[in-house]
Design a protein around this ligand. Structure first.
Ligand code: FE
Length: 218
Protein backbone atom coordinates (compact mmCIF):
# COMPACT_ATOMS: atom_id res chain seq x y z
CA UNK A 1 0.00 0.00 0.00
CA UNK A 2 1.58 3.31 -1.08
CA UNK A 3 0.21 5.87 1.37
CA UNK A 4 1.71 8.70 -0.70
CA UNK A 5 -1.31 8.17 -2.93
CA UNK A 6 -3.37 9.85 -0.20
CA UNK A 7 -1.40 13.11 -0.55
CA UNK A 8 -3.23 13.50 -3.83
CA UNK A 9 -6.48 14.03 -1.94
CA UNK A 10 -6.50 17.83 -1.75
CA UNK A 11 -6.66 19.67 1.57
CA UNK A 12 -6.41 23.25 2.67
CA UNK A 13 -4.79 24.56 5.84
CA UNK A 14 -6.82 26.09 8.62
CA UNK A 15 -6.35 27.56 12.06
CA UNK A 16 -8.74 25.76 14.35
CA UNK A 17 -9.90 27.91 17.26
CA UNK A 18 -11.72 26.93 20.44
CA UNK A 19 -11.80 27.97 24.08
CA UNK A 20 -10.65 26.35 27.28
CA UNK A 21 -13.06 27.83 29.84
CA UNK A 22 -12.71 31.22 28.17
CA UNK A 23 -8.99 30.97 27.35
CA UNK A 24 -8.45 30.87 23.55
CA UNK A 25 -6.71 27.74 22.25
CA UNK A 26 -5.94 26.61 18.72
CA UNK A 27 -4.01 24.45 16.30
CA UNK A 28 -3.36 23.95 12.60
CA UNK A 29 -5.52 21.40 10.80
CA UNK A 30 -5.74 20.21 7.23
CA UNK A 31 -8.40 17.50 7.32
CA UNK A 32 -11.60 19.51 6.83
CA UNK A 33 -14.31 19.03 4.24
CA UNK A 34 -17.97 19.79 3.66
CA UNK A 35 -20.00 16.57 3.76
CA UNK A 36 -23.65 17.75 3.54
CA UNK A 37 -25.52 20.88 2.54
CA UNK A 38 -28.87 20.36 4.32
CA UNK A 39 -28.05 21.07 7.05
CA UNK A 40 -24.61 22.39 6.14
CA UNK A 41 -22.26 19.89 7.74
CA UNK A 42 -18.49 19.55 7.70
CA UNK A 43 -16.09 16.85 8.89
CA UNK A 44 -12.97 17.81 10.85
CA UNK A 45 -10.28 15.42 11.97
CA UNK A 46 -8.01 16.25 14.93
CA UNK A 47 -5.01 14.41 16.27
CA UNK A 48 -5.81 12.78 19.62
CA UNK A 49 -2.75 14.42 21.24
CA UNK A 50 -4.16 17.85 20.43
CA UNK A 51 -5.20 19.96 23.41
CA UNK A 52 -7.57 21.93 21.16
CA UNK A 53 -9.35 18.64 20.41
CA UNK A 54 -9.92 18.11 24.16
CA UNK A 55 -11.35 21.61 24.48
CA UNK A 56 -13.72 21.04 21.53
CA UNK A 57 -14.95 17.84 23.16
CA UNK A 58 -15.78 19.84 26.29
CA UNK A 59 -17.26 22.96 24.65
CA UNK A 60 -18.92 21.39 21.58
CA UNK A 61 -18.12 24.38 19.36
CA UNK A 62 -15.15 25.53 17.29
CA UNK A 63 -14.17 27.96 14.56
CA UNK A 64 -11.97 27.69 11.49
CA UNK A 65 -9.92 30.47 9.92
CA UNK A 66 -9.13 29.54 6.31
CA UNK A 67 -5.54 30.44 5.40
CA UNK A 68 -4.72 32.09 2.08
CA UNK A 69 -1.52 31.94 0.04
CA UNK A 70 0.92 34.54 1.32
CA UNK A 71 0.10 34.04 5.00
CA UNK A 72 3.02 34.82 7.35
CA UNK A 73 4.84 31.46 7.77
CA UNK A 74 5.18 32.00 11.51
CA UNK A 75 1.41 31.61 11.90
CA UNK A 76 1.69 27.92 10.97
CA UNK A 77 4.74 27.38 13.18
CA UNK A 78 3.04 29.12 16.09
CA UNK A 79 -0.09 26.99 15.89
CA UNK A 80 1.57 23.79 14.65
CA UNK A 81 4.81 23.41 16.60
CA UNK A 82 3.64 24.08 20.16
CA UNK A 83 0.78 22.98 22.40
CA UNK A 84 -2.03 25.17 23.74
CA UNK A 85 -1.66 23.13 26.93
CA UNK A 86 1.28 25.33 27.94
CA UNK A 87 1.46 28.27 25.48
CA UNK A 88 -1.00 31.04 24.65
CA UNK A 89 -0.65 30.76 20.88
CA UNK A 90 -3.11 33.55 20.09
CA UNK A 91 -1.02 36.11 21.94
CA UNK A 92 1.57 35.95 19.10
CA UNK A 93 -0.85 36.76 16.23
CA UNK A 94 -3.51 39.34 15.30
CA UNK A 95 -6.86 37.84 16.12
CA UNK A 96 -10.41 38.61 17.10
CA UNK A 97 -13.01 36.83 19.22
CA UNK A 98 -16.49 36.39 17.78
CA UNK A 99 -19.24 34.48 19.61
CA UNK A 100 -16.58 33.42 22.08
CA UNK A 101 -14.34 31.81 19.45
CA UNK A 102 -10.92 33.11 18.33
CA UNK A 103 -10.21 33.75 14.63
CA UNK A 104 -7.02 34.80 12.90
CA UNK A 105 -7.46 38.28 11.37
CA UNK A 106 -5.44 37.24 8.32
CA UNK A 107 -8.02 34.77 6.98
CA UNK A 108 -9.78 34.42 3.64
CA UNK A 109 -12.93 32.95 5.26
CA UNK A 110 -14.18 31.87 8.66
CA UNK A 111 -16.57 29.12 9.67
CA UNK A 112 -18.23 28.56 13.07
CA UNK A 113 -19.46 25.07 13.92
CA UNK A 114 -21.32 23.03 16.48
CA UNK A 115 -20.33 19.40 16.99
CA UNK A 116 -23.08 16.90 16.12
CA UNK A 117 -21.15 13.65 16.48
CA UNK A 118 -17.63 12.49 17.11
CA UNK A 119 -15.91 9.26 16.19
CA UNK A 120 -12.73 8.16 17.90
CA UNK A 121 -9.91 6.32 16.10
CA UNK A 122 -6.58 5.30 17.64
CA UNK A 123 -4.83 8.32 16.16
CA UNK A 124 -7.57 10.85 15.49
CA UNK A 125 -11.00 12.08 16.45
CA UNK A 126 -13.41 12.86 13.66
CA UNK A 127 -15.91 15.62 14.41
CA UNK A 128 -19.06 15.87 12.33
CA UNK A 129 -20.26 19.42 12.84
CA UNK A 130 -23.00 21.72 11.68
CA UNK A 131 -22.01 25.10 10.28
CA UNK A 132 -23.73 27.78 12.36
CA UNK A 133 -22.23 30.72 10.62
CA UNK A 134 -19.62 31.51 7.98
CA UNK A 135 -18.04 34.57 6.54
CA UNK A 136 -16.46 34.87 3.11
CA UNK A 137 -13.48 37.21 3.36
CA UNK A 138 -10.81 38.04 0.82
CA UNK A 139 -10.74 36.43 -2.62
CA UNK A 140 -7.07 35.37 -2.23
CA UNK A 141 -6.41 31.74 -3.21
CA UNK A 142 -6.51 29.22 -0.35
CA UNK A 143 -3.20 27.81 0.89
CA UNK A 144 -3.19 24.05 0.31
CA UNK A 145 -1.52 21.25 2.20
CA UNK A 146 0.37 20.54 -1.04
CA UNK A 147 1.78 24.13 -0.92
CA UNK A 148 2.93 23.41 2.61
CA UNK A 149 4.64 20.16 1.69
CA UNK A 150 6.19 21.38 -1.56
CA UNK A 151 7.67 24.78 -0.58
CA UNK A 152 6.16 26.38 2.50
CA UNK A 153 7.38 24.01 5.22
CA UNK A 154 11.00 25.21 4.99
CA UNK A 155 9.89 28.84 5.40
CA UNK A 156 7.76 27.86 8.39
CA UNK A 157 10.63 26.06 10.16
CA UNK A 158 13.02 28.96 9.41
CA UNK A 159 10.62 31.55 10.85
CA UNK A 160 9.92 29.39 13.90
CA UNK A 161 13.64 29.22 14.74
CA UNK A 162 14.13 32.96 14.10
CA UNK A 163 11.28 33.94 16.41
CA UNK A 164 12.45 31.47 19.06
CA UNK A 165 15.94 33.01 19.04
CA UNK A 166 14.49 36.54 19.25
CA UNK A 167 12.36 35.54 22.24
CA UNK A 168 15.31 33.91 24.02
CA UNK A 169 17.45 37.00 23.42
CA UNK A 170 14.68 39.27 24.73
CA UNK A 171 14.28 37.09 27.83
CA UNK A 172 18.01 37.22 28.53
CA UNK A 173 17.97 41.01 28.09
CA UNK A 174 14.97 41.42 30.39
CA UNK A 175 16.70 39.31 33.01
CA UNK A 176 19.79 41.55 32.88
CA UNK A 177 17.87 44.81 32.76
CA UNK A 178 19.04 47.29 35.37
CA UNK A 179 22.15 45.19 36.08
CA UNK A 180 25.73 46.26 35.41
CA UNK A 181 29.03 44.52 34.87
CA UNK A 182 31.16 45.33 37.91
CA UNK A 183 34.85 44.66 38.49
CA UNK A 184 35.07 42.40 41.53
CA UNK A 185 38.59 43.63 42.27
CA UNK A 186 38.19 47.42 42.27
CA UNK A 187 34.46 48.00 42.00
CA UNK A 188 34.63 49.76 38.60
CA UNK A 189 31.20 49.74 36.88
CA UNK A 190 31.34 49.22 33.11
CA UNK A 191 29.22 51.80 31.24
CA UNK A 192 30.63 51.69 27.68
CA UNK A 193 28.46 51.75 24.54
CA UNK A 194 29.68 48.33 23.35
CA UNK A 195 27.76 45.55 25.17
CA UNK A 196 30.10 44.01 27.74
CA UNK A 197 29.69 40.54 26.12
CA UNK A 198 31.00 41.96 22.83
CA UNK A 199 34.21 43.45 24.25
CA UNK A 200 37.36 41.70 22.98
CA UNK A 201 38.90 38.99 25.16
CA UNK A 202 42.00 41.12 25.78
CA UNK A 203 39.95 43.99 27.21
CA UNK A 204 40.98 44.90 30.77
CA UNK A 205 39.51 46.91 33.62
CA UNK A 206 40.52 50.57 33.00
CA UNK A 207 41.07 51.11 36.73
CA UNK A 208 42.88 48.04 38.03
CA UNK A 209 43.83 46.19 34.83
CA UNK A 210 42.27 42.74 35.48
CA UNK A 211 40.67 40.88 32.56
CA UNK A 212 36.96 40.36 31.78
CA UNK A 213 36.72 37.18 33.86
CA UNK A 214 36.93 39.32 37.02
CA UNK A 215 33.69 41.10 36.13
CA UNK A 216 30.30 40.06 37.47
CA UNK A 217 26.75 41.08 36.52
CA UNK A 218 25.28 42.79 39.60
FE1 FE B 1 38.96 46.78 38.32
Amino acid sequence: MDLDALYKLTHGLYILGATDNGRPVGSVVDAVMQVANKPVVIALSCNNQSYTKECIERAGVFGLSVLGKGVEPYVIANFGFQSSRNVDKWESVDYCIRDGIPYLNDNIATVRCKVLQSIKYDSNTLFIAEVLDCDNGESREPLTYLDYRSYFKDEVIKRFNEVKQQKEKKMAEDKNEGKHWVCTVCGYVYDGDVPFEDLPDDWVCPLCGVDKSFFELQ
